[in-house]
Design a protein. Structure first.
Length: 731
């Protein structure tokens, strides 16, 4: 009989045990742990591992890094200062935490991220790495997830017993595991909306369930729906909300008219884009006997129909804004209100909320009135038609700019009103600019779409005198409503805009200095003056869109708040949003509060309204991101049909992985990877915002004109890759 050799006991040493134990205790620093609980966390249960843990606990106790609260029960000694901040993910699972306690963002390596995801509010501690100046940190607790729903493509394993969703966003560093009973009839390769349900302690990936199948990747409706789903924005109204809206009495009654200022006899008209479907503002004009001009800014009285406490109001508040994608509008209000009762269509009586001003020839306000009105729109103009009146100083509307495509003469009284209001608007604008307002006339990219929503052309929308006329009177109403309440010291909803931060201005100077522009940061007035000069100087030049974009990014973000700090960009001490309640919930709140205060009611609770302001700012931010994504998506679709063409572009960004190029003729932006620049070994020169060839010394610098060709278009990732042909040489 042969003797079997006894198996030697395993003595595998647990790696990095000190840091692992400290991490476990610090993560739940208010709890105690014994050696068995720590072993369970590590997924070990053999005697050798337990002995290593017991020994290490005693060592850490002797070093006063942990304390023994009860026999065998240990707790971290917290001599670290903890902070809270927001995660900004980079690539491969590492990232940064943006925290007000630190001037620079705090770097977090992937193994210290501890299941935090992009945008999460987290608790962390920071420390200085040896031989490195900047702070690093470790996430110790996830306070609040930024989001729990993601868009991605489902991959079902061969045995069909589980699936993973590969998330579209490159900020999500883990695929989401989905049990087969939670795939919601999704098929291999479908684009889906998935909900993140849990992330178990020992699991490498979070797990979730498919909420909705969006369609096949790359199909138009799939990608547009995916953009909305990515930001948690709705696609349609719930049936019960539509039903509620359709039952609202939208008739104009004598009883209601009697409660309002009747302005139906005043000459009133709307000026909007040619393709506008809703008209939420109108202007009225009257010359008074004393020589003053009475101008009314009339806004759809949405709050007359939208009552607090109803499911319709709850839905409008949750949405907080309409979303304007390239091929569609996702409205804040159902169509019966947005395109019906609240749309100031021509030759219809409508309930309105108005700001009425008496001005002299110098555009000085001699009197003002705010309140509910009833109005009648005599005419509807497109911006192009109003512009034709301003340019020709007549009432002739050429057929190429008319709504109907036929030449016609506008009513002389309306044409005279447009011309006089244009004069007054220009005086107000000049006054505003001399007070330090900043003139952003950034070019907007628009698409000509065919019946299948395919982009067949690109055009640019610029602001002309007619646009500025309307803008100036809307600004006047918003400013004066804010001032009227602000001076009463009552709670109100303001649109606020802080001054730009010094470091952002310095970065802007570094970049625009490459093009030969100089900024003056001596004081607040000189900053706004030099920014205006920059925007004027760059107008029409190849680098205009790049400089306009960088200047806008330098600005602080405008937002809603009950705490009035003024509006830097407009140079107003008081500013609210009053003029677009069909598409912005803050305007609805402004209408309600203004009416309450006109009725003599007390000031409302500021904290409650500050919370509402924060919600509206957040939703506006999401809507803006969705709108940008839809433009990017449509640009890539447009470029798919131009793969064999050479384009001249401007280098709009330089990184160590490549250069970003914006095509001059259509503003589409794509990237040339440094890996594809085969003619030399290119290195990133941060000081010169350039990639420089090691051997040839060829420099590709921010602002340079280059020639590129489309290499690859990815509709799913919304990514455009170019092949670099070379530098552009003017002939």
């Amino acid at each position: 009989m042969t003797n079997k050799k006894k198996r030697k006991p395993s003595h595998n040493k647990i790696s990095n045990l000190t840091n692992t134990i400290l991490s476990i205790l610090k993560k739940d620093r208010n709890q105690t742990f014994n050696h068995k609980q720590i072993a369970a966390k590590l997924g070990v249960n053999d005697a050798s591992s337990r002995n290593q843990i017991i020994k290490k606990l005693q060592e850490l106790k002797a070093k006063n890094e942990i304390e023994e609260i009860d026999r065998g029960k240990f707790k971290a000694i917290v001599n670290t200062e903890y902070h809270t901040g927001r995660v900004d993910m980079a690539s491969r699972g590492s990232g940064y935490i943006i925290c007000d306690d630190f001037e620079d963002d705090v770097y977090i390596s992937s193994n210290n991220m501890n299941k935090a995801l992009h945008g999460d509010e987290v608790e962390f501690y920071a420390y200085k790495r040896k031989n490195r100046g900047k702070k690093e940190g470790e996430v110790t607790n996830i306070i609040k997830r930024a989001k729990t729903e993601y868009v991605g493509v489902i991959q079902i394993n061969e045995k069909k017993n589980f699936a993973f969703v590969v998330v579209d966003s490159n900020k999500m560093y883990k695929d989401i595991f989905v049990p087969i009973n939670k795939i919601n009839k999704a098929e291999e390769g479908d684009k889906v909306l998935v909900s993140l349900e849990e992330w178990p302690e020992k699991a490498d990936s979070p797990s979730g369930k498919v909420l909705k199948v969006l369609g096949k990747p790359g199909e138009h409706n799939t990608e547009i729906h995916a953009i909305l789903a990515e930001y948690g924005l709705p696609l349609e109204f719930p049936h019960e909300v539509e039903e509620f809206a359709n039952k609202i009495d939208t008739s104009i009654t004598k009883e209601e008219i009697a409660k309002r200022r009747d302005m139906r006899q005043d000459l009133t008209f709307t000026v909007d884009p040619k393709d506008a479907k809703d008209f939420d503002d109108a202007l009225s004009f009257k010359v008074l006997d004393n020589g003053l001009y009475e101008i009314g800014i009339h806004i759809a009285d949405v709050s007359h129909y939208l009552k607090e406490g109803t499911i319709l109001d709850d839905e409008a508040y949750e949405r907080a804004t309409s979303v304007y994608l390239v091929d569609r509008v996702v409205p804040m209000l159902p169509e019966i209100l947005s395109n019906g009762a609240c749309s100031l269509r021509p030759h219809e009586e409508k309930y309105t909320f108005s700001a009425v001003f008496k001005l002299n020839d110098k555009a000085q306000i001699k009197d003002q009135w705010f309140g509910r009105t009833v109005t009648y729109s005599d005419a509807r103009f497109a911006y192009e038609e109003a512009q034709a009146i301003i340019e020709t100083k007549s009432n002739d509307i050429p057929k190429e700019v008319s709504l109907t495509g036929k030449a016609y003469k506008a009513d002389q009284a309306v044409a005279d009103a447009v011309l006089k209001m244009d004069e007054l608007a220009k005086i107000m604008r000049n006054k505003r600019m001399s007070s330090g307002a900043i003139s952003f006339d950034k070019v907007e990219v628009k698409f000509n779409l065919d019946d299948q929503a395919n982009p067949v052309g690109v055009y640019f929308k610029t602001s002309k005198d007619a646009n500025k006329l309307i803008e100036e009177f809307m600004l006047l109403a918003n400013k004066k409503v804010g001032e009227f309440i602000g001076k009463q010291k009552k709670t109100f909803v303001y649109r606020v805009h802080d001054e730009p931060k010094d470091e952002k201005l310095a970065t802007l100077q570094n970049v625009v200095g490459r093009f030969g522009y100089k900024l003056d940061f001596k004081d607040k007035k000189s900053v706004s003056s030099s920014l205006n000069n920059l925007l004027k100087e760059v107008n029409g030049k190849k680098e205009q869109n790049l400089v306009d974009t960088l200047t806008i990014r330098t600005m602080s973000k405008a937002e809603y708040s009950t705490k009035n700090i003024g509006h830097y960009g407009l140079a107003f001490d008081y500013y609210s949003h009053f003029t677009s309640p069909i598409r912005r919930y803050p305007d609805v709140m402004a209408h309600r509060l203004l009416q309450q205060y006109l009725d003599g009611e007390k000031s409302v609770n500021q904290d409650a309204y500050e919370d509402k302001c924060n919600h509206c700012s957040n939703m506006e931010n999401l809507a803006t991101k969705a709108e940008r994504d839809s433009i990017k998506y449509m640009q890539i679709r447009f470029m798919e049909d131009h793969k064999n063409e050479n384009f001249v572009g401007v280098i709009s960004g330089v990184t160590d992985w490549g250069i970003y190029i914006e095509i001059i003729e259509n503003k589409c932006e794509g990237m040339v990877s440094v890996r594809d620049m085969k003619d030399d070994h290119y290195q990133f020169d941060e000081d010169h915002y350039a990639l420089i060839g090691k051997n040839s010394k060829t420099m590709y610098q921010l602002g340079d004109e280059v020639v590129v060709k489309v290499k690859n278009t990815d509709l799913v990732k919304k990514h455009l890759d170019f092949t670099l042909i070379g530098k552009h040489i003017d002939e």
